[in-house]
Design a protein. Structure first.
Length: 179
């Protein structure tokens, strides 16, 4: 049987330590939840939105096979990450790597609150450097969420509009940009 300890505060009132501990745990859970809106404590997706982002990335990236420095669902192999260029991953391995990459990107853009997932998906395609230079990111940082037209304009390669990128940006915005 658990026992509770009673403590006296500086004003003379008593309180139960176990009750106080429960309140602290609940508050910590609320704070952690707010800061990690798309990722749980164990790194698993904790929202339907995260799962939608995963599905979008799989759809538009496809599973890379023998594609140079891109493996899985578009993971860019860099020195020291434990992967080799051209590695053929199983679907399960590629899924785990995609989720890991997206969680890291969500963390990178956490300061943007509800727009962190959209920016993480954007960065998955553009790269963090491309996002940092983008007017979309700069607008969101400034608190301006009127980004629809600007976001949709990121659909070019070598100066030409790519229809597939147009579709991708539209779907990303419709699926991951929350009012």
């Amino acid at each position: 049987m658990a026992t509770s300890s009673m403590l006296k505060s500086s004003n003379g009132s008593s309180f139960c330590v176990s009750s106080l501990l429960k309140v602290i745990i609940v508050l910590a859970a609320v704070i952690f939840s707010a800061e990690n809106s798309y990722v749980s404590a164990k790194g698993k997706a904790s929202s339907p939105e995260f799962e939608k982002a995963i599905a979008l990335l799989k759809k538009y990236e496809g599973l890379h096979k023998n594609h140079g420095n891109l493996i899985g669902y578009g993971h860019l192999v860099v020195e020291g990450d434990g992967y080799k260029p051209g590695a053929n991953l199983s679907e399960a391995q590629a899924d785990r790597l995609l989720r890991k990459d997206l969680r890291l990107l969500c963390k990178e853009y956490r300061s943007l609150g509800k727009d962190s997932l959209l920016m993480a998906v954007f960065a998955y395609n553009l790269g963090k450097g491309g996002v940092a230079r983008s007017s979309v990111y700069k607008s969101l940082q400034a608190g301006n969420r009127n980004i629809k037209n600007t976001y949709l304009s990121y659909c070019k390669a070598k100066g030409k509009i790519i229809t597939q990128l147009q579709k991708r940006r539209q779907e990303e915005l419709e699926t991951l940009f929350f009012d």
